[in-house]
Design a protein around this ligand. Sequence first.
Ligand code: AP5
Ligand code: MG
Length: 218
Amino acid sequence: MNFILLGAPGAGKGTQAKLLSSNLDIPHISTGDMLREEVKKLTALGEKVRVYMAKGELVPDELVLEAIKKRLQEDDCENGFVLDGFPRTLVQAKDLDRLLEGINKRINLVIKLSVSPEVVLSRLSARQICEFCGADYNLETRPPEKEGKCDLCGGELVQRMDDRNEVILNRLEVYEKQTQPLEVYYREQNRLIEIDGGRDKDLVLKEILQIIRKDDRA
Ligand code: AP5
Ligand code: MG
């Protein structure tokens, strides 16, 4: 089962992808996480992408495509994968289809998580991440045991560089202009299922798992 989680920033793609990855025993592939790792390690790629990410703009297609192509051909993707935050442009979507076709694979389903801009703003402005291990906290729904410290490694909790209000608003605009056209692309191919991502995370997960079990495209 190869699938994509699509949705605006804060829709819950990362949260659901992690849960699905452990439920279905398939890798969670997040281009956002991959790029943040490059920024953290101060690599040449990290240097190139940091400015785009800090402003909430998309990183150029060719930089993302290069990284994802390698990842999808690794052995752990053999029995399926869940993509989070990729593809984000029509160029990326078409390139992904071509790449998968070349290795006799395809995307079975695209699950779009719908949420209102109000929910996005409230979720993202309450998010904190561990500077050291990247663990995700949320002051509203999943606060750390000790304020400002990671439960897992004791690292300092900080705001993600693109979770400032003005950057969140830009990310929402970028989603609408550059990523929303993918909904039409996948709907026309009868691969898109839209669900309400504004509910409790366990309810969202339950619905996705039901879809995967019952849908004959999965
Ligand atoms: P990326 O890391 O992909 O970020 P994003 O899509 O902007 O969104 P988020 O990660 O903020 O949201 P999410 O939907 O994953 O929600 P999450 O589960 O974390 O991309 C970052 C940047 O990298 C881009 O702006 C771009 O610059 C670059 N980039 C990445 N991929 C690229 C690509 N393919 N092409 C070009 N550039 C690319 O949840 C958010 C918060 O809400 C968390 O605190 C969580 O705990 C909470 N939450 C989640 N679900 C629920 C729920 N059901 N109820 C209550 N709270 C919830
Ligand atoms: Mg994410």
